[in-house]
Write a protein that binds this ligand. Structure first.
Ligand code: VGL
Ligand code: ZN
Length: 204
């Protein structure tokens, strides 16, 4: 059975937000149209405490975009974004939510970042998403949302590892592109790992 997985379509990742993805709002109508074709829809929500260690502000003297070591892993320092309960953490008002079965929050532990909707970046804790999908006999996942080079990419790679057939809908995602080639590299990495890249028009 198929599921649509909507990653982090939240105000802070959209134009006007603190970690805005350029043209991120353009995917909202594409995702809404796609939702008509699915019965099983779930979403992820980036949801950080204000003291989160991925925020540059919580490392005095460090700048946004710098890379530090956090728990032995490389960590990009981000602007404050998606703080729990804030306006920026809310889903965009135009995103249809009527059919969503469940929302999986991630990044709630202040000590570790969590790009994937399945596991935190240290792979110690999981959100319950994999069990939830398997328990509902989901075999094929179609992944959309923000951002293509971070949370979408890590969610795609984990979904493959968790044994799903994974499709990335390329016209329903946009990248942060800290470096201009990040989107292209992310698409290559996902494809090489076994994800099927397709357009929303190809889904019946
Ligand atoms: C994301 C950076 C930090 C994302 C979340 O949703 O892609 N990127 N937190
Ligand atoms: Zn985040």
């Amino acid at each position: 059975m198929d599921a649509l997985l909507i990653v982090d379509v939240q105000n802070d990742f959209l134009p006007g937000g603190t970690l805005a993805v350029e043209e991120g709002d353009q995917i909202i109508p594409v995702i809404n149209k796609l939702q008509e074709k699915f019965d099983f829809i779930v979403a992820t929500q980036d949801w950080h405490p204000s003291v989160h260690r991925s925020f540059a502000k919580n490392h005095p003297g460090r700048q946004i975009g710098e890379i530090i070591s956090l728990n032995g892993d490389e960590q990009v320092l981000w602007p404050v974004h998606c703080v729990e309960g804030s306006e920026g953490a809310k889903f965009h008002k135009d995103l249809d939510r009527e059919k969503w079965k469940k929302v999986f929050q991630k990044g709630t532990n202040p000590m570790v970042d969590s790009y994937s909707g399945f596991y935190d970046n240290s792979r110690k804790e999981n959100t319950g998403l994999s069990d939830y999908l398997h328990d509902h006999d989901i075999t094929d996942v179609y992944i959309v949302g923000l951002a293509a080079d971070y949370c979408v990419k890590f969610t795609v790679l984990d979904a493959i590892r968790e044994g799903f057939d994974v499709n990335l809908v390329t016209d329903a995602t946009k990248a942060v592109n800290l470096a201009p080639e990040d989107l292209e590299n992310a698409l290559k990495e996902m494809s090489k790992a076994g994800a099927n890249l397709l357009s929303s028009d190809d889904i019946s």
